[in-house]
Design a protein around this ligand. Structure first.
Ligand code: GDP
Ligand code: IMO
Ligand code: MG
Length: 430
């Protein structure tokens, strides 16, 4: 079996969790390689709904090995709660099937506090999930971060934590007039988390490369989406990690030569949570209609915030296909477009009289570009039980074919409902 990266092509919440869940049976390992518990990946199995934040969605299949790679940032109490929550629901979580990288960075309460201060300040609100993700990656890049392995060595944790608190408490007290963070209880708590998690903390890059030597196959589970990637997204309105395919290698320790395929997940329309540019956003009541259509509405899985909704933006998706090297495309939530009367799809933008087919970093492009739409007919009735492309209403077929023509590639799989069975396979994904 090949090694495959699954990536969101938009601003997250494309339905990655569902797709990971249905393809997991073909792989031995499922790896999260970036982000943290800002992610919320939903998997529906029968009447049961699971939302995964840090643990790879593949955990729902017995016998698979799950890795939380070095590129991930981990909030230990959140991870422990997620592990407990799964166990209570009868899902096996033990040191034989879950492996946490020694090199993954640790989120502390002070990361969440500094994010809160910044988000509530007067400049640069991003609309983050306030999980401390950005400040933790800041410490990583500043080379002062605490890694999972450090939780296993009391004297190392003490030294690093004291050093960080000295700096942070100066900022909290002198600039913001707040209370300093106390060392000893924080230290004790995190030592304890380290003890609890120690059987899981490993050199995961070694595990993965040894598995490759034994011809085992790896599925890399992207979190967020390409337009939230810190390099290729709508900077600065992005997350702080590489959510695009390159992150799979740096965030796991598997070399690019081992990646056989990059699968892009594209929602049939667009959503975005938080601030930032969104040219095809719908600003009237139609957005509510899209948000509340179908069995599960568009509300953030991590924060419960209503997702902003808009039409499919093919300019944005074209950039994703390019920067990720996507060779297979999956379309999700097509069923939702059956709830609107007309469908629009953005094929290009107009900016300063020019046709824009590929995004540029040009200042003000986002503010001034006007999306150009093609309007298409919608269809009547529920399509969630359709199993063959030819059995879809003709309008739905035309919509899919229009997207394929514009992107110059076939859509391999179409998801028509949240359930495991609700898919139309048109060609093998790998
Ligand atoms: P992720 O973050 O990319 O894993 O996506 P989320 O789980 O945050 O959001 C996607 C939502 O759409 C979830 O509630 C899924 O259960 C649901 N979903 C996935 N595919 C489909 C589909 O084809 N149709 C419908 N109606 N819902 C879907
Ligand atoms: P999944 O994996 C959608 C968004 C936040 C905010 C920006 C930065 O479920 O697709 P952060 O807390 O990461 O610093 O916030 O990124 N964001 C997501 N939006 N889905 C996600 O994950 C997201 N993770 C972060 O709303 O705009
Ligand atoms: Mg999500």
């Amino acid at each position: 079996m090949p090694n495959v990266v699954v990536i969101g092509t938009q601003w997250g919440d494309e339905g990655k969790g569902k797709i990971i869940d249905i393809i997991t049976p073909y792989f031995d390992f499922v790896v999260r390689f970036q982000g943290g518990n800002n992610a919320g990946h939903t998997v529906i199995i029968g009447k049961e709904t699971f939302t995964l934040h840090l643990i790879p969605s593949g955990i729902l299949h017995p016998g698979k090995e799950l890795i939380i790679g070095n590129g991930v940032v981990i909030d230990p109490p959140a991870l422990i709660a997620e592990m407990e929550g799964l166990r209570k629901r009868g899902i096996e979580v033990n040191p034989d099937n879950l492996h946490i990288s020694k090199g993954a960075h640790v989120i502390f309460p002070y990361h969440k506090l500094s994010e809160k201060i910044r988000e509530e300040g007067s400049i640069g609100r991003i609309g983050t999930t306030r999980r401390g993700i950005g400040p933790c990656y800041m410490d990583k890049a500043a080379r002062v971060g605490v890694r999972m392995v450090d939780l296993l060595y009391p004297e190392v944790l003490e030294r690093k934590l004291k050093r960080n608190l000295e700096e942070i408490n100066l900022i909290f007290t002198k600039i913001y007039g707040g209370e300093p963070i106390e060392f000893s209880s924080l230290y004790e708590n995190y030592l304890n988390y380290g003890k609890l998690l120690s059987p899981y903390i490993k050199d995961t890059y070694l595990l993965l490369n040894r598995a490759l030597e034994q011809k085992k196959s790896i599925l890399f589970e992207g979190a967020q989406g390409t337009l939230l990637d810190v390099d290729f997204g709508t900077y600065p309105y992005v997350t702080s990690s590489n959510a695009s395919a390159g992150g799979a290698c740096t965030g796991s320790g598997v070399g690019p030569i081992h990646i056989d395929s990059v699968v892009g997940i594209m929602k049939a329309y667009t959503t975005r949570v938080g601030e930032g540019p969104f040219p095809t956003e719908i600003k009237d009541e139609l957005a509510d209609r899209l948000r509340n259509a179908g069995p599960i509405g568009e509300y953030g899985r991590s924060t419960g915030r209503p997702r902003r909704c808009g039409w499919l933006d093919l300019v944005a998706v074209k950039k994703s296909i390019m920067v990720n090297g996507i060779n297979k495309l999956i379309l999700t939530r097509l069923d939702i477009l059956g709830y609107v009367d007309k469908i629009k799809v953005c094929t290009h933008y107009l900016w300063k009289g020019k046709k824009i087919e590929f995004l540029s970093e040009e200042i003000n492009l986002w503010k001034e570009a006007v999306p150009v739409y093609e309007e298409m007919e919608s269809w009547e009735g529920d399509i969630s039980r359709v199993k063959k492309f030819e059995e879809l209403p003709i309008q739905a077929q035309k919509y899919v074919e229009r997207i394929e023509k514009e992107l110059g590639r076939k859509i391999s799989l179409i998801s028509v409902g949240p359930g495991r069975e609700e898919v139309i396979q048109r060609e093998p994904i790998f």
